[in-house]
Write a protein that binds this ligand. Sequence first.
Ligand code: BG6
Length: 800
Amino acid sequence: MMKAIHMQLLKVASCCLVIGCLAIAVLVHGSEKAKADRPVVSVVIVGGTGDLSTRYLWQGFYSLYQGQKDKFSFDFYGAARMPASEGDGQLASILKHNVSCSKSVQPGLGCQTLLDAYRAMVSYRKLKTADDYADLCKEMEQEEAKEHGRLFYLSVPPFAYAGIAKNIAKGCRPESRAWLRVVLEKPFGHDHGSAEELATQLSAHLREEEIYRIDHYLGKIGVQSILPFRMLNDGNYKDLWNREHIERVEIVMKEKIDSKGRLEFYNEYGVIRDVMQNHLTEIFTLVAMEMPANISSRREFLNNKIRLLQQTQPVKPHQAVIGQYDGYVDQWREELGKGPSDETLVPTFTAAALYVENPRWKGVPFVLVAGKKLDERLGYVRVVFKDNAVCVTKAGRNGSVNRCSKHQQMIFYTGNPGLKYPAILVSDHLPKPMLPTSWSVPNNDPNTDIFGSNLSDFYYFSPPKDQDAYTSLIASCFHGDQKMFVGTDDLMASWRIWTPLLQSLENKRPRIYTGGEDTGTWLDFRVKDRTVKYIHEQEDPWESADAAPVFQSITDRFRSRPLVTGKEESVVAQLAQHLLSIAAESIQKRGSFHIAFPGGSTPRSLFAHLAKLSNLFPWEDTFVWMVDERCVPLTDDHSNFKQLHDSLLQFVNVPYLNINPMPVKLANGFCDASDKGAETYEDDLRQIPDGRLDYVLLGMGADGHVASLFPNHPTVGEKSAKVTLSDGGPKNNVPDRMTLTLPTINNARHAGVLILGKGKRDMVSTLKTEGVGDPLRYPVTGVDLKKGEQVWYIDHEALV
Ligand code: BG6
């Protein structure tokens, strides 16, 4: 320790010689003397010469030092892996050029002298090995009563976290009662699984109260003011803050910049992982969480935040639209040395609707929007209220305001308030808000356009000074205010919301947008019936064709149609993924997904797989139909519906009214033609959009039968009926099945034939034989969608 003080004095002395600065020497010497009395705080920035440190961290720590220097003594270390011969100079240059009084929270008198002292106080350390950490931490040791805390700021890639945490835990946890705090920068994982793994690794070395995961949006004044504003105005708006009064909440982060220069990172993450899972989800919690009774209690705050995230449904594929700016792929190819045929589908724009299943918010869309290369740089939360007012008096008469032409809304600018917009705006039809007395009404142009209204139509306020987010969070960390940081449980809850969507987007082609103002209205979207949909139809065949784009990537073929093959699990998993993307597409296009399921044992593994995807699959907009049914009670073990129910329907949330079993038992008993059950089912099918099923899933019998259409049976050739009774074979005239006919199957938008297991091998090889195409003999060959997409799903067992 003494050695370090001498080194510092030496550094200061040489600095003084050069700049003739007596004041610094006096100050530092004075501070060294006073140090004996003040508790000591050691700060280490690991990655101290990196971009973030250069741009924000050293400045932020300077502000901390400015504010706390009279109460604490500080030791600052900038650490990196290079030797001191290089690091010393780099760090000195960063401090000289990137920390200034103009950016400081207290720019006034004495700032410059203090800044010079601060610069001289920071020393460079090479931190590479466990021994390097041990040496540094030895140097930090103080007499027990004197040590106040040790703060490690890790501004390094996350793969290094576990190793560093281990080194810190081994040799740097203070033995005294002083605190240890380790600040981490995102990304905190790539999805739920990897975030959990990282969290487990960290928790092996650090306690939860020592981990400070930073989300710099939580340090922005516009974001920080949301909860206190709600608290202060609880009396004003408590009764309005719910589904009765709020139509939707928009949480938006628009950027003008593109991703150039950081494509290696960006292409791994994309816009959802980069800013939506973290920045926008954090803001969402502040708007939607139940108000903690005690706003400063971290426990209460965290409980409410976690509860909200748990009540938020994972985003389903049809609840999001994605885009990619034109030229992104070229930039990526260039920056990462990719070839001209290399492709990337990473989205640079996303709009997604979150829904919270609780009494306050049920049905209210929280629309999160973020994108690169958009028309402006802007971040805001816009709460749009429902307004049922009907105006009788003409606007302007007797000084009246026409409230009918305007939205009632509340806006929190989260990006850069103060530059163009005040931080908080509330429509003047709503009760006048209360704000801290230090906030004021800024001098913005009253005619500034705010979502179609004038600024003068709002109550509006700005905070006294817009503080840099890092400065604010560094101070929060110093004061142990962990509320402003992301905890392990809330992090995991947030990944739970986004991970299924991310998985479902892996093969989805984003809409290409021009970028900047030229994008025009191309990215505008509508949120309706829990579905997010671009307003403009896509002319690109990728999006306009009924077929989901995934099929274009299937290269194998069977009987001149796409073939998915592999082990049973893999075939079934791919089929489930395809169903998911077709369901999302159908709902986005037509508001519903109509699927017919077959019976038999083959689809059971698929049903089990779909049941596992239950969170992700849009069951609430799915309508279930049957391909065929046996003429037995629906409770009979042979009933196809019972099998479907037992392996799938009972586990998922299909609304009761969306389920359509075949009416095999009517007045006169089972499958009595005079009851006209088949005609009734046909009528029901006619009601679906365009009278076309979105998907027909089929199995195939070892004899080549499909649905309940058996070889050499007249039902195979049925041309006019959509649904018919069948008796399972040519010699038996008593109907024991009800089935869809080939015209109905072939009219579907998609069909998949699922064939699994050795038992089907002979028929599969027969079907491979050229010329086999007689539906009467092999009914499965009659499945031939002319206007739709047909795929074979055959596992290796059946295909060899
Ligand atoms: C970062 C993202 O977290 O936030 C960047 O990684 C993004 O992609 C940045 O540009 C935006 O932050 P700010 O403070 O400029 O709005």
